[in-house]
Design a protein around this ligand. Structure first.
Ligand SMILES: [Zn+2]
Length: 331
């Protein structure tokens, strides 16, 4: 669950607050760094309806990771066969494709991905699958990505271009709705026979997303500018939508953590009048634990939904739990 690609290179220069700030900025890039291919990829091959799943006669859709599976399943219901490439519990940011992934794509009609550079494993996997009939749906098409997320000043040391921005758009219910609509529209092109079903299912799910957005708005408007620190750069869209502030991302390899690192981190973070410190469900992070003690803040779990249950309703369960966590932490 740790995303340390950048920190591993730079995390050892512990010469005070500035380097920690640099560290924050560099780790902020970690999740969103991306290969620059195919940013504008939408539905490619509309004439595939004859190539349906041999077993069931249904359209076969492969999705990349949990939110894409959940949103696609919400649109299709039982009208299509939906599979997931990155099993829940496996890290999507660093995912390495398996031969079974290649097979799944080779025999699929449609591929649904989050895009924005999240699925770095896809390019080669799709190439290897050699499936000319494959239609690809980029769920983030027409969503404007966020690049800068932290109010911390820029440092000279920027090692990565993140051309496609931060990929965690599914954690904003309004953008999630846009993703569901994108998936619906792509599926209608790829599988027009089920148009009515896809439209009806989507309409239901969108109602729920709108009510979730409403709930977030009503609850979080009571705590404007609630400032928080996390160790996974997953919440800039959520923060922007509901006027919270995701200050920065803390990522330091646990085994190399020195007391000076902790002290520097605490001093840097103390300047910002934090309300909350967020970890992830089931993840221990020594730095965040130390920070939470020294800052006298409770460390709470926030779910990025990169792993969890495959039921489309799980999105609402997890997001409502997140809302409760935010409400309590931001008071
Ligand atoms: Zn992530």
């Amino acid at each position: 669950m740790f995303r340390n690609r950048v920190v591993n290179k730079t995390g050892r220069q512990s010469s005070g607050i500035l380097s920690f700030v640099a560290l924050l900025l560099l780790t902020v890039a970690g999740c969103s760094q991306a290969n620059t291919n195919q940013a504008t990829n939408s539905v490619k091959s509309p004439k595939i309806q004859e190539a349906t799943s041999l077993q069931t006669g249904k359209t076969k859709i492969v999705t990349t990771f949990l939110p894409m599976y959940i949103f696609t399943k919400a649109v299709t219901g039982d009208a299509a066969d939906v599979e997931i490439l990155v099993p829940p519990g496996t890290e999507v940011h660093e995912y390495q494709a398996t031969p079974n992934n290649v097979k799944a794509i080779a025999t699929a009609n449609v591929l649904v991905k989050n895009g924005l550079g999240l699925e770095e494993f896809l390019e080669n996997t799709v190439k290897n699958a050699q499936n000319p009939k494959l239609a690809q749906i980029d769920a983030s098409i027409n969503i404007k990505p966020l690049n800068e997320i932290s109010p911390v000043e820029k440092t000279a040391k920027e090692e990565h271009e993140h051309a496609e921005g931060n990929p965690h758009v599914w954690l904003d219910p309004v953008l999630a709705k846009q993703q569901v609509i994108n998936i619906r529209d792509g599926l209608i092109v790829a599988d027009p026979a089920n148009k009515a079903t896809y439209e009806a299912n989507t309409a239901n799910y969108i109602k729920q997303l709108e009510s979730l957005n409403n709930e977030f708005e009503q609850t979080l408007k009571k705590t404007p500018n609630c400032t928080f620190v996390t160790f996974h750069d997953a919440y800039p869209y959520l923060a922007q939508r509901y006027k919270l502030k995701q200050l920065a991302v803390v990522e330091i390899p646990e085994d190399q953590l020195s007391p000076t690192d902790v002290k520097n981190a605490v001093n840097a973070v103390k300047k910002y009048k934090l309300k909350a410190l967020f970890s992830e469900p089931g993840v221990e992070n020594k730095l965040l634990t130390s920070l939470s003690k020294d800052l006298n803040l409770t460390l709470r779990p926030l779910d990025s939904l990169e792993t969890g249950k495959t039921d489309p309703q799980y999105y609402f369960q997890a997001m409502k739990a997140n809302l409760q966590t935010l409400e309590t932490a931001c008071k």
